[in-house]
Write a protein that binds this ligand. Sequence first.
Ligand SMILES: Cc1ncc(COP(=O)(O)O)c(C=O)c1O
Length: 445
Amino acid sequence: MNTNKYFIDRQDNFESSARSYPRKFPIAIAKAKGSWVEDVEGNRYIDFLNGAGTLALGHNDDEVNQALVDMIQSGAPLHALDLSTPAKDRFVETLFSILPKEFAANAKVQFCSPSGTDATDAAIKLCKTATGRGNIIAFSGGYHGMSHGGMALTGNLTSKKKVANVMPGVQFMPYPYSYRCPMGLGGEAGTKACISYFERLLKDPESGIVRPAAVILEPIQGEGGVIPAPVEFLQAVRRITKELGIPMICDEIQCGMGRSGKVFAFEHAGIIPDVVLISKALGGSQPMSVIVYNKDLDKWEAGAHAGTFRGNQLAMVAGTVMMKRISDPKFLADVTRKGEYMMTRLNKLKGEVSIIGDVRGKGLMTGIEFIDPNGPKDVMGVPEPCGTVAARVQQLCFKYGLIMEKGGRNGSVMRCLCALNIPDEDLDKALSIFEKAVREVDADV
Ligand SMILES: Cc1ncc(COP(=O)(O)O)c(C=O)c1O
């Protein structure tokens, strides 16, 4: 009975056909600690999927778990809707202490139902209410969740095209993606063209685009293929939205909480957005999502974004521990060091094989884009993204003990979302497995 097959067969029987990860990783996980998981048959894997980037401190961190145990034994409420509790007060105080000072001084927080996509919906409602406008600008390649609102703002068409009538009033703009530049230019010229297009469309009285209620973007796109926005792009979007009185929403659900080497990825550009979406790592392994926003937008009424599960006290104590740890400058410097080490090794690998088109990222949010070197090329002469090559690499990694997710165009990008405190030796092991898998596939294309 203690076989992966036993549990997977039962899962197939009972669970919805919308399940996704078990199709790629057909195991039942029995134990997990740090960067490692162990299945019911005793096979061990390094976990670069890591709850889709949720576990900033890895699985079952001792300090987080102790805080959870203490909370459970303390007699404090574990559920409190949006009522005040000492645990919530400590959480909010800690959250405000890790925001840029200028932002915190003028910020309010709204607790959302615990998924990231509800933070997206909350932010949209907040900005529509405050501005009285109805449209939203999002970016190609962006991912903001799977609710009707989140999906409407998401670039990927696979799930969207099956669901009629998602939230109307969304206008997509090009996001700078140097390797596959939407403007056909790449590099700095591509970024400039994206800025110019964005600015002209918002300012041109003949553009056909009415002033939106908000502009939403990920400072580093995650699901879209790990694409960091150039600093000058983020600064330009901030400048233009400010000039036009359009709230700028930064979705930090994946790239926030230390993953980029700063607490928030927008800090790399030295900007202050109007609204920040935070989830995933925020609850220190427990479900939690919030939006933090400029007080000036706080125009909605009591109950405007209600939800039963906004008072997850366990997430508040676990999240408080996590925020204190990841915001330590030494911790963040170590994320940057490990990210740079990883980049160096991956770039070296890229130079030695033909199937890697691009390596990119920031901190411990890294993407490796695969191509078929013999396949068709796009109009810029760059080989098309190749999901089948990435899938072969992913399956070999899994066979050799590394769990790693894909994303990007046609699933062509392998993505590292490892624990931020991953020990060097585990990082080395994971990279060695990855390199071995890539070389094997490379020898066979
Ligand atoms: C940037 C971003 N926004 C929103 C979401 C949606 O979060 P959730 O899956 O918790 O609804 C995700 C999830 O991957 C994300 O990466």
